[in-house]
Design a protein around this ligand. Structure first.
Ligand SMILES: Nc1ncnc2c1ncn2[C@@H]1O[C@H](COP(=O)(O)OP(=O)(O)OP(=O)(O)O)[C@@H](O)[C@H]1O
Ligand SMILES: [Mg+2]
Length: 103
């Protein structure tokens, strides 16, 4: 079990054919029904993630698309930090549910 509220950054590594793509697909299947926004950056030209595109808010498949998407995510992060600061919260989990932005 990984509690993403406590462990917000992580990295999957492994040998070729060790199951990285399967793990990622299994995670997305579990996240899909939840009220979370998912974005993908897939620099294999969309080979890995395009099958889940219908569920993603955005999918970048090239470096230039990734650059645009990452800039947008930085904007979101700054908006959220400003919200937290205005409410005296250290992260969005300390923000009341009704005011909390989509994770
Ligand atoms: N938990 C698992 N149990 C049984 N088989 C699995 C499991 N995870 C993956 N596999 C099988 O192992 C093979 C490799 O899995 P996968 O493609 O996810 O690996 P990968 O690490 O992404 O490989 P690559 O580095 O080539 O991208 C596939 O045939 C997959 O069906
Ligand atoms: Mg893979």
């Amino acid at each position: 079990m990984i509690d993403l509220r406590r462990m917000t950054h992580w990295l999957i590594t492994g040998a070729t054919r060790s199951g990285k793509s399967n793990l990622l697909a299994a995670l997305v299947v579990q996240w899909a029904p939840q009220r979370v926004a998912l974005v993908g950056i897939d620099l294999k030209g969309g080979l890995e993630l395009s099958f889940m595109q219908a569920r993603l808010s955005a999918l970048a498949a090239t470096r230039s698309e990734a650059s645009v998407l990452l800039s947008q995510l930085v904007e979101f992060a700054f908006e959220r930090m400003a919200l937290c600061r205005s409410l005296g919260a250290r992260d969005i989990w300390e923000v009341q549910e009704k005011r909390r932005p989509v994770r």
